[in-house]
Design a protein around this ligand. Structure first.
Ligand code: ADP
Ligand code: MG
Length: 242
């Protein structure tokens, strides 16, 4: 997917905030990109515009060869259902539904046939084949995030977006979720874009894109899960925040 000259201005009249200022960046198919930057630098805005949750003020956003920037609300809803997966820091599972029922939801919203085998396979893929009948309250945080991941992937999205997916998890559970994301990129060619504050989380990506004041500040290509990556990323963050 690709962003070309994307601007996002909030508000109107004298009270406007330019959250993104002509950002152009590509996210090649089958790669894992981390987005980092100081608070208020435009990370969430970029993710929301790229995922079709919000509209850019200006510019083009190509997903599956379609320009999301030119779509109206209804078209964006369809694009999200068919081409985009999203996981959030807070998991956002439906508490009253089982793991399997949560995973089925995007298929039901899209009016697609629900194949029980596909749902169980998606849960097995994230290591939860035995937990399909459990409700979120009966699962750990890491398990809940893995259900959310299975739910995001059940429609086989072109792009998976993750907004601080490990923000609510402890270190070892974070590592499980990040290892899983990495494996999906390597084995399934799953294009993945993740916002994170954590240099260790970012170190699982292929590329780190840094934002500052709504603009692209830097782009660092990483070697595959190199132990020196977190220090490299943390140093770059410190330079941007200085
Ligand atoms: P980040 O995720 O990097 O912290 P955001 O994308 O949330 O940054 O915000 C970028 C800028 O846009 C900030 O100055 C923020 O205050 C502003 N902003 C974000 N959302 C809104 C909104 N809905 N209305 C007005 N300003 C907003
Ligand atoms: Mg944010």
């Amino acid at each position: 997917m690709q962003l070309l000259g994307v601007r996002k201005v909030y508000g109107s009249g004298d009270h406007t905030v330019t959250a993104l200022n002509r950002v152009s960046v590509g996210f090649p198919t089958g790669t894992f990109t981390a987005i980092m930057g100081p608070s208020g630098s435009g990370k969430s805005t970029l993710l929301h515009c790229a995922a079709g949750l919000d509209r850019p003020t200006e510019g083009q956003i190509f997903v599956a060869d379609k320009d999301v920037g030119a779509m109206d609300e209804g078209e964006r809803t369809i694009l999200r259902r068919e081409h985009i997966g999203f996981v959030f820091q807070a998991f956002n599972l439906v508490a009253s539904l089982t793991a399997a029922q949560n995973v089925e939801l995007p298929l039901r919203f899209a009016g697609r046939r629900v194949d029980r085998t596909d749902v169980l396979e998606a849960l097995a893929e994230v290591g939860l084949g035995e937990r399909s009948g459990h409700r979120p309250s009966e699962l750990s945080g890491g398990q809940q995030q893995r259900v959310a991941l299975a739910r995001a992937l059940i429609t086989r999205p072109d792009v998976l977006f993750a907004d601080e997916p490990t923000g609510a998890l402890d270190t070892s559970t974070s590592r499980e979720v990040l290892t899983l994301l990495r494996r999906l990129v390597d084995d399934k060619n799953q294009t993945t874009i993740m916002v994170t504050h954590d240099p260790v989380a970012a170190s699982y990506a292929d590329v780190v894109v840094f934002l500052k004041d709504g603009q692209l500040a830097d782009r660092v290509a990483l070697k595959p899960v190199d132990p020196s990556n977190p220090a490299l990323i943390a140093a770059q963050m410190a330079r941007l925040e200085a």
